[in-house]
Design a protein around this ligand. Structure first.
Ligand code: FDM
Ligand code: MG
Length: 210
């Protein structure tokens, strides 16, 4: 893979309503308005055929077994691999709202095996950094819109948080825990500073795979 001046691959992870969407948009806007080529992406991408099936499942209008929906979430990432690789190699930074770690966290929270869940992610691109937006579940469930989709239930979110905590502890080289219960501006300042350092370092590093 080409290494000269590639873009950085930055992922935001966390439970529902932790602020990933707002913060990833703020980071995208900051980068583009300061002359850094960037693209904002979100998984699941509900725009493809696979994404539309995932959407029906999340809205509770379709039932699928746990293994099938897990593999569809993963397949949805594989659909975008080439595009992501091309963008990064031509200097575009990707700000991605959820990725393989959500795939693993939500399925493991159902009781599925960790290694089984990670297996279909092998060969996808590995992020340069994961910003884990962490806040107490009691705080998150009070936020607007919580409870609309399939997984937005307090007990389930606590289990998801446990898996994110474990991933964060095991992968300290590129996971950064961020206190998401602070104000939007304070959280963003933290993310912005960390992101700029990631962008600088990524330029000289080859892209790796999960
Ligand atoms: N989700 C998301 C998964 O269960 N697996 C995955 O691989 C991904 C990317 O889908 F509850 C869950 C997480 C969340 C739901 O995500 C939809 P958004 O961010 O609310 O659209
Ligand atoms: Mg959601």
């Amino acid at each position: 893979m080409r290494t000269a001046k590639r873009g950085a691959f930055i992922v935001l992870e966390g439970c529902d309503r932790s602020g990933k969407s707002s913060q990833s948009r703020l980071l995208y806007e900051f980068l583009t308005s300061n002359g850094y080529p960037a693209k904002h992406m979100h998984f699941p991408s509900r725009t493809t055929e696979i994404g539309s099936t995932i959407n029906s499942y999340l809205k509770n209008s379709k039932e699928l077994n746990d293994q099938v929906i897990h593999l569809l979430f993963s397949a949805n990432r594989w659909e975008f691999l080439k595009e992501m690789q091309n963008l990064l190699n031509t200097g575009t930074t990707l700000i991605v709202d959820r990725y393989s770690y959500s795939g693993v966290a939500y399925s493991v929270a159902k009781g599925m095996d960790f290694d089984w869940c990670m297996a279909p992610e092998k060969g996808l691109l590995r992020p340069d950094a994961v910003f884990y937006l962490k806040a107490p579940i009691d705080y998150l469930i009070q936020r607007d819109d919580f409870g609309r989709e399939r997984y937005e239930k307090k007990d389930f979110q606590s289990k998801v948080a446990n898996v994110f905590d474990r991933l964060c502890e095991e992968q300290t080289e590129f996971w950064h825990s961020i206190d998401a219960s602070q104000s939007e501006a304070v959280v963003f300042e933290d993310i912005r500073l960390k992101a700029m350092s990631v962008l600088n370092k990524a330029k000289h590093k080859p892209l790796c795979l999960l």
